[in-house]
Design a protein around this ligand. Structure first.
Ligand SMILES: [Zn+2]
Length: 332
């Protein structure tokens, strides 16, 4: 049973919104683009966990995806947590291509890709650190619950190598369910009743604090870096608003709703609310009436009247509207 579903991380949506709204000539464009592709690859790796966990029996597995929990003044993230009556399992996802060598002497992960060799933080140590924090949080509520972890390597094309002991806790995503079924045999004693399982789920959901990154600050961008107006998706010319239509005078492309994405981008780039004046500035249009019509057609929640009216980003402001989850992404 999936208690908390995975959605596209806000940071990916914000990167994507920025890439739509700054010039490719902007010095930070490639920095943002690299971050975007790296995060998208990581997210795709996590969706591979979801894909294979569908093979688990329907009952007895409580799955919470993508948790961000405060601990000792910072946050730790769990890609996937599976709670059963017998144990709690944390799955750490990695989507790294090439040959991965797990070096137990220095606790590092060495990736060889062609002629290039580079070190990554050891995901086994990362997972162990997550368990330390998670155990500390749940110690009082469920003192007898055993904890374990698996590192899931998303792509079946990644070659896994190790220097010594068998890598029981590292596997490709396609082997996850087999590993979990083995763990089920190992942890055979019941540690939690249904009420306790529910309490743990409730506590984790309560502690979960989604990240709300200020994307302009992160990249050191100012309002001047953001393109105002709507640009033609076919020829990149600035489009003009004619009555209720956006028209490209260069290639004749036209759209009735190009502003809808732009309003969403405003919410992602700046803040989760907008005024008529702010929209006119962002779309580079003079007409208060046109901006009013556009905001009204988006059916946003609003407060205030006249010039003081504020329109809010919908709660369902949906990551899933941007369909990147299903298409396979390249690894890092
Ligand atoms: Zn055009």
């Amino acid at each position: 049973m999936v208690v908390k579903v995975r959605t596209i991380p806000l940071r990916i949506l914000k990167d994507e919104a920025l890439l739509r709204n700054i010039s490719p000539q902007c010095p930070d464009y490639s920095v943002i683009e690299n971050d975007y592709y790296r995060r998208k690859a990581g997210y795709w790796g996590e969706t591979q966990i979801d894909h294979y966990l569908r093979l688990l029996p329907k009952d007895g597995y409580y799955i919470l995806n993508d948790l961000r929990i405060p601990f000792a003044g910072r946050y730790f993230q769990i890609d996937c947590l599976i709670l059963t009556a017998r144990y709690c399992l944390v799955i750490e996802s990695k989507n790294i291509k090439g040959i991965l060598f797990f070096d137990h002497v220095f606790d590092q992960l060495i990736r060889t890709n062609g002629d290039l060799q580079e070190a990554f933080e050891d995901p086994i140590t990362q997972a162990k650190n997550i368990l330390l924090q998670l155990k500390a949080i749940l110690k009082e509520l469920v003192p007898n619950l055993p904890f374990d972890f698996i590192v899931s390597i998303a792509s079946s094309k990644t070659v896994l190598k190790s220097d010594s002991q068998p890598m029981k806790q590292v596997c490709h995503a396609y082997s996850l369910v087999q590993k979990i079924l083995e763990m089920d045999k190992f942890y055979s004693r019941e540690a939690l009743n249904n009420f306790e399982i529910e309490e743990v789920c409730k506590l984790l959901l309560k502690l979960h604090s989604p990240d709300q990154p200020n994307i302009m600050k992160i990249y050191g961008l100012t309002d001047r870096d953001i393109l105002k107006g709507i640009y033609c998706p076919k020829c990149a010319e600035k489009m003009a608003l004619h009555n209720t239509k956006w028209i490209c005078r260069k290639c004749d492309y036209h759209s009735k709703d190009a502003h809808v994405q732009k309003i969403k981008d405003y919410f992602l780039i700046y803040r989760p609310f907008i005024t008529n004046k702010q929209l006119r500035f962002f779309l580079d249009i003079p007409s208060r009436r046109s901006a009013y019509r556009m905001l009204t057609s988006c059916q946003l929640r609003l407060t205030g009247n006249g010039k003081g009216r504020i329109y809010y980003a919908p709660p369902s402001f949906s990551p899933n509207e941007i369909a990147i989850a299903e298409e396979e992404q390249d690894e890092i």
